[in-house]
Write a protein that binds this ligand. Structure first.
Ligand SMILES: Cc1cc2nc3c(=O)[nH]c(=O)nc-3n(C[C@H](O)[C@H](O)[C@H](O)COP(=O)(O)OP(=O)(O)OC[C@H]3O[C@@H](n4cnc5c(N)ncnc54)[C@H](O)[C@@H]3O)c2cc1C
Length: 444
């Protein structure tokens, strides 16, 4: 029975792909009122964070105001708040400032957070890439290092142009490729006193291949493209410790570096541990096939924060497409619930996977049979798919202009150093880095 002024009330935590997909689907139903809570007042398009970090796109290209998205849908109310707890029994959400929101149904769509796997110093000193804030911080650190070397070229000896990227999955590969393009193309055009050939990008992974989800042929292609562009591949190697000025590798090597990028893994968002459920594999919440929390039919858990059963009972991967589809599916089940109809078990439609490696180089496995394409064609497919998925026409147009500009100019996108603190580096603060530079240990 509808209440809350004649409407059923659905409270959604998180305005990422999953939460937004769910809210947009529910917005079509006038008898449902939606409260969408997020700690940010915008939806961020995570697959393009690396392009903000490497100055290809502006932050505004990949962030879209949630209020603007729902400006024409009066039954969706956006609230800016940090959710600190969820009570599945009463379907009540509590925010950090003590406010509470109760719904007939709660949808938990709070995503992931970086997983540093207990690596000493990584949380404090490495640069994760999970939010817009992370991306602008990393962009300022990269630009801050170029500025520092432009002023004082001797800083190269102290590792100022050594970039260490941890993780050979899509995030690590995409950052490595974009950074290589920046160093090979943009930096020589803009920093006249900087010898770009002295820069080193190290891409590390404990495994022996990059982009494991792709085929063996793709593994060879990615490695070849990155090496051609000057990326040093440290496969079979991980990071044991991160300092302010160094990374200690699992083979004992110490690399002097002021920029260690963390693409080493993710775990469920912190709220997973305060949701009344015990987080399972990967710190994520196990859900039933219909996307509800076991024993709590009024609570749905969707997107990255959930272990959603897929074929062969293996959990589905943390992908934008899984998040979007699960959010929409939850909405359909919620509507069915309100109409007294049965819910349906989630079926994921796998339309393929893609990864960008750099200018003119990408891999796409498309269609049900994952037909594989490499190179320019895959690059164009990647641009088309990502532009289509972006929220808001203005963002799509601006991104396409920036991509076109990057393709035909040498200056790339907006090189804005807006986080001044990331350019303030104390070059003497790390004795391990100083010892590594002064000894025979490689500095890159
Ligand atoms: C760098 C990077 C590159 C990626 N590339 C690809 C790709 O190429 N293709 C692909 O398919 N997938 C990619 N992914 C994965 C994809 O982005 C995620 O699977 C997807 O964003 C998950 O959506 P979600 O809605 O579950 O979570 P998110 O998009 O993380 O959204 C969660 C939302 O919840 C909010 N939130 C979290 N906790 C709280 C709280 N306590 N209170 C209030 N609000 C909260 C956050 O602010 C956020 O808006 C990439 C991810 C990253 C990080």
């Amino acid at each position: 029975m509808p209440h809350d002024g004649g409407k059923h009330r659905v409270v959604i935590v998180g305005g990422g792909f999953a939460g937004l997909g769910c809210a947009q689907r529910l917005a079509d139903h006038d008898d449902i009122g939606v409260t969408l809570i997020d700690r940010n007042n915008y939806h961020q398009f995570q697959p393009l964070l690396y392009q903000v970090a490497t100055s290809l796109l502006a932050p505004s290209d990949i962030a879209h105001s949630l209020r603007e998205v729902f400006a024409d849908q009066e039954n969706v109310d956006v609230k800016l708040a940090e959710v600190s707890a969820v009570d599945p029994a009463t379907r009540t959400v509590t925010t950090a400032d003590g406010a509470t929101w109760t719904g007939d149904v709660v949808v938990l769509a709070a995503g992931s957070q970086p997983n540093f796997f207990g690596t000493p110093g990584a949380g404090e000193n490495a640069f994760p890439l999970y939010s817009l804030d992370d991306a602008t911080r990393l962009r300022s650190r990269i630009l801050g290092l170029f500025e520092a070397v432009d002023r004082d070229p001797t800083l190269v000896q102290r590792g100022a142009l050594n970039f260490v990227i941890v993780g050979g999955g899509p995030t690590g590969v995409e950052v490595a490729g974009a950074l290589a393009d920046m160093i090979n193309v943009t930096v020589p055009a803009e920093y006249r006193n900087l010898d770009a050939s002295t820069a080193r990008i190290h891409l590390l992974d404990y495994g022996d291949t990059l982009l494991r989800a792709f085929s063996d042929k793709a593994h060879g292609y990615v490695a070849e493209v990155l090496q051609e562009r000057g990326v040093v591949l440290n496969l079979g190697t991980g990071v044991k410790e991160v300092g302010t000025g160094h990374a200690r590798l699992s083979d004992g090597t110490v690399l002097a570096s002021r920029c260690v990028v963390w693409g080493g893994g993710i775990t469920g968002a912190p709220i997973a541990a305060h949701s009344g459920a015990s987080p399972g594999r990967g710190g994520r919440i196990e859900v039933e096939a219909d996307l509800t929390l076991s024993g709590s039919p009024g609570v749905y858990v969707v997107g990255d924060i959930a272990n959603i059963p897929g074929p062969d009972d293996k959990a589905l991967p943390q992908l934008g497409s899984v998040a979007l589809q699960s959010g929409k599916w939850a909405a359909d089940n919620i509507v069915a619930d309100f109409q007294g109809k049965p819910r349906k078990d989630f079926v994921y439609r796998d339309k393929g996977i893609m990864a960008m490696i750099g200018r003119g180089a990408a891999i796409a496995e498309v269609g049900e049979h994952h037909h594989e394409v490499h190179g320019q064609l895959a690059h164009m497919a990647w641009l088309g798919v990502h532009a289509a998925l972006m929220t808001g026409t203005r963002a799509k147009i601006e991104a396409v202009i920036d991509w076109g500009w990057d393709r035909f100019s040498k200056t790339g996108g907006p090189h804005v150093l807006d986080r001044g603190e990331e350019a303030q580096i104390d070059w003497d603060d790390d004795p391990t880095a100083t010892a590594a530079i002064g000894s025979s240990a490689p500095t890159g």
